[in-house]
Design a protein around this ligand. Structure first.
Ligand SMILES: *[C@@H]1O[C@H](CO)[C@@H](O)[C@H](O)[C@H]1NC(C)=O
Ligand SMILES: *[C@@H]1O[C@H](CO)[C@@H](O)[C@H](O)[C@H]1NC(C)=O
Length: 254
């Protein structure tokens, strides 16, 4: 058994008594207080449920017209139209010298055709030509037989080329080779007398010739014309064969 000092007993007793008094002697309710101040905003609420699908909207207004597209391809040619109605009878014409005009027009056509041929020739001449002190040489790149070749050169004021010396022969041979050809007609033949070769101006070959080894060889008498090979050598051949040829033109003396 323990004992407490007297003042402790007292304190203890007083605490117990006041507690008891608190419960037993509870007072009346107080008056209602004034309303408090407005509170702060609360937290954001949860996301609401998905809405119901809406109704289809009204049709929108028409848009502006778009840009012009690229030009289309050219159409195919249409079919030929039907024959038209024949025209009315014309007025009586004045008397004219129609025959004369027709003749003039006809001659004009011929002149134009000649001019065209000359132009073509000139164009070719400018494209490639060789010259010495006295002459121009020109390979005509048109396949012709011997007689046509002679005529072609002559009507243009020249001759089928006649290499009468080593220098002329070398120049022509070089011209043929550089142009990439194998053979051309030159102005040599024995058309007049078999075996008697002459240049187209009828001068004999007494001073110069450059036959290929074993040529001229004409067992049947058919090879009366002469071609120059790109080596510069001559070979007798048939006049009706067609090949390129060389014209020569004497330069006009000043
Ligand atoms: C041959 O050469 C000689 C001397 O150069 C000349 O007098 C003669 O006219 C020439 N003959 C021919 C056909 O070209
Ligand atoms: C020479 O001409 C004859 C006849 O045209 C031909 O048969 C022969 O092949 C020619 N020779 C050469 C080397 O071209």
């Amino acid at each position: 058994m323990f004992t407490l000092p007297w003042w402790r007993m007292y304190v203890c007793c007083c605490l117990s008594c006041s507690t008891l008094l608190f419960f037993v002697l509870k007072g009346d309710d107080g008056e209602k207080g004034d309303p408090g101040e407005e509170g702060k905003y609360g937290k954001m609420g949860r996301r609401g449920p998905k809405g119901i699908k809406g109704e289809l909207g009204d049709i929108g207004a028409q848009g502006n017209i778009g840009k012009t597209g690229p030009i289309g391809k050219k159409g195919e040619k249409g079919e030929k139209g039907l024959l038209g109605i024949p025209g009315g009878k014309g007025k009586a014409g004045t008397v004219c010298d129609c025959g004369r005009y027709r003749k003039v027009v006809g001659q004009l056509d011929i002149s134009v055709a000649r001019l065209k041929t000359s132009m073509k020739f000139v164009k070719n001449v400018i494209a490639g030509i060789r010259e010495t002190e006295e002459k121009f040489y020109y390979i005509v790149q048109e396949e012709k037989n011997y007689r046509e070749s002679v005529t072609h050169c002559r009507i243009r004021g020249g001759m089928l080329a006649m290499p009468k010396d080593e220098a002329a022969n070398t120049l022509i041979a070089d011209y043929i080779a550089k142009s990439g050809f194998f053979r051309v007609f030159i102005g040599v033949n024995d058309l007049e007398r078999e075996g008697q070769y002459v240049f187209t101006d009828n001068t004999p070959l007494q001073n110069y010739s450059n036959w290929k080894e074993g040529e001229p060889s004409d067992p049947y008498g058919h090879e009366d014309c002469v071609e120059m090979l790109s080596s510069g050598r001559w070979n007798d051949t048939e006049c009706h064969l067609t090949m390129y040829f060389v014209c020569e033109f004497v330069k006009k003396k000043k």
